[in-house]
Design a protein around this ligand. Structure first.
Ligand code: AQP
Length: 332
């Protein structure tokens, strides 16, 4: 059976981009067709300036939201990365396979290190090595497919390179995974700055729709989305990125093709109004289920405990094999 692994980082509240680009497909398709593992990758949240209590809170919230979005522990494995030591164990071995040069080429590293420096913060070494930990997350499970949005495909390419290199040098150990991307909504953009992606850790929140935003807040954010010059509703990502983004969101919510949808509108206002209502309706059941689950934290804890136990059992043989292959003496 195909093995799938993917995750979310608790660096902020989950966004509409996370949902349309990833989580919805995990719930509606991936968990039904494969042996799927979905992880709150909390170690990755420590790569930038963070508040410990907030990361803990956001980790629980992310896990609860994954369940609220429809991940079913009877169908898939939901767990928290730091509960399974194998990720960090394997990461070190893969750091001994990766090179400094290939990590410095990662676009996310360039962007986030630049942002940190601009804010006067130092750049953590883990920001540079984070794609190696991500490779460990994926390779530990013999993963075949990694469903990700556009922003993560470069990291999956690196994971493939590391797996191939390790296998060639030390003998076949890892399955070489491939990234799969959603047909729609691979990159939802910020409503206030439609040339940059809607990212959950961005400081300016007016252009970001969070899954737990109240309906009125969602409406307000979408109605205030930046409008491009001109009046015609056209799907043109270069000339009209704001309108194209709204059309992408509407198409992802309701199905259909964004280019064809454009033809149905003669004003930005009408497009915004329909998009706002579509998003409110899309998120309503997720918000309602989240409220129910948040009232029962014991249940979420149990799901995470059982998920980590299964994940550990799957990862350990692969990580042990990698340790042996690279030359480490097994304990007697
Ligand atoms: N704007 C987006 N459009 C489509 N897909 C997106 N994803 C993230 N943002 C968008 C996809 O959601 C999954 C989980 O993302 P992540 O938690 O690993 O973090 P990220 O990719 O770094 O995205 P964020 O939300 O922008 O976090 P920050 O701000 O901390 O960097 C992934 O599959 C991702 O592709």
């Amino acid at each position: 059976m195909t093995r799938i692994f993917s995750g979310v980082k608790p660096t902020g509240h989950l966004t509409l981009g996370n949902y349309l680009g990833a989580v919805r497909r995990w719930a509606q398709a991936d968990q039904h067709r494969a042996d799927a593992l979905f992880c709150v990758v909390d170690l990755h949240a420590l790569t930038v300036e963070h508040d410990p209590a907030r990361v803990r809170r956001l980790s629980r919230q992310a896990a609860t939201l994954l369940l609220a979005a429809g991940l079913d522990p009877a169908l898939c494995t939901v767990f928290v990365q730091s509960h399974v030591d194998e990720h960090a164990r394997l990461s070190y071995v893969l750091e001994c396979t990766a090179t400094d040069g290939e990590l410095r080429r990662m676009i996310q590293y360039k962007e986030k290190s630049m942002r940190a420096r601009a804010a006067g913060e130092s750049v953590r070494l883990s920001l540079l090595t984070y794609p190696v930990l991500m490779a460990a997350d994926i390779l530990a499970y013999g993963t075949d497919e990694v469903p990700v949005g556009d922003d993560q495909t470069q990291h999956v390419e690196l994971t493939r390179d590391l797996a191939v290199r390790f296998n060639q040098r030390y003998g076949h150990t890892f399955t070489v995974p491939r990234a799969t991307r959603p047909e729609v909504a691979a990159r939802i953009m910020d409503l206030q700055d439609p040339t940059s992606k809607m990212g959950k850790s961005h400081a300016a929140t007016a252009g970001i729709v969070y899954l737990l935003d109240e309906p009125e807040v969602v409406r307000k954010k979408i109605m205030r989305a930046v409008a491009d010059s001109g009046v015609e509703v056209e799907y043109d990502r270069v000339e009209k990125p704001g309108v194209a983004n709204l059309l992408d969101v509407l198409a992802a919510c309701e199905g259909g093709d964004p280019v064809e949808l454009a033809g149905a509108y003669d004003s930005y206002g009408a497009l915004k109004k329909d998009t706002a209502e579509a998003v409110v309706e899309l998120l309503r059941p997720v918000r309602e289920r989240h409220a129910e689950l948040a009232a029962d934290p014991g249940h979420v804890d149990q799901v995470l405990r059982e998920g980590a136990e299964r994940a550990r059992g799957l990862a350990r043989p692969t990580v042990d094999a990698a340790y042996r292959a690279i030359g480490l003496l097994p304990p007697g």
